[in-house]
Design a protein around this ligand. Structure first.
Ligand SMILES: [Cu+2]
Length: 121
């Protein structure tokens, strides 16, 4: 009798755990896709494609020391972040609807595009 009770218990517990972990530690949720963008006079990649509803975290790694790329701006999302050289900066993006979201340096000279495409049916 005991093994039956135990296995029921374990599966119920396993069912509860992911939701709790999700709420408590968003950063560690496996559903978040991290995309690294190297900043070195330009953004590499300078075109990032994600799927609508996807949770995305951009990790900017700035290599250059030009004042030009010191900040990255997602104007449509109200995001402006400082990018210290050689100190990765992660930006959690909100869940985005289909569309094209430009990002650029603080002076709007160096540019990239985040494209959100429709989920396949
Ligand atoms: Cu610039």
């Amino acid at each position: 009798m005991l093994p039956v009770v135990l296995s029921t218990c374990v599966s119920a517990f396993a069912g509860v755990l992911p939701a709790e972990a999700d709420a408590a530690k968003v950063e560690r949720a496996p559903a978040v896709r991290e995309i690294e963008v190297v900043v070195d006079g330009s953004y590499r990649p300078d075109r990032i494609t994600v799927t609508e509803g996807e949770r995305v975290r951009l990790k900017f790694v700035r290599r250059d020391r030009s004042p030009c790329t010191r900040e990255v701006v997602f104007a449509a999302l109200g995001i402006r972040r400082e990018l210290p050289t050689d100190q990765p900066v992660t930006i959690e993006l909100p869940v985005l609807s289909v569309g094209t979201y430009e990002f650029h340096c603080g002076m709007n000279m160096t540019r990239g595009v985040l494209e959100v495409v429709a989920r396949k049916p």
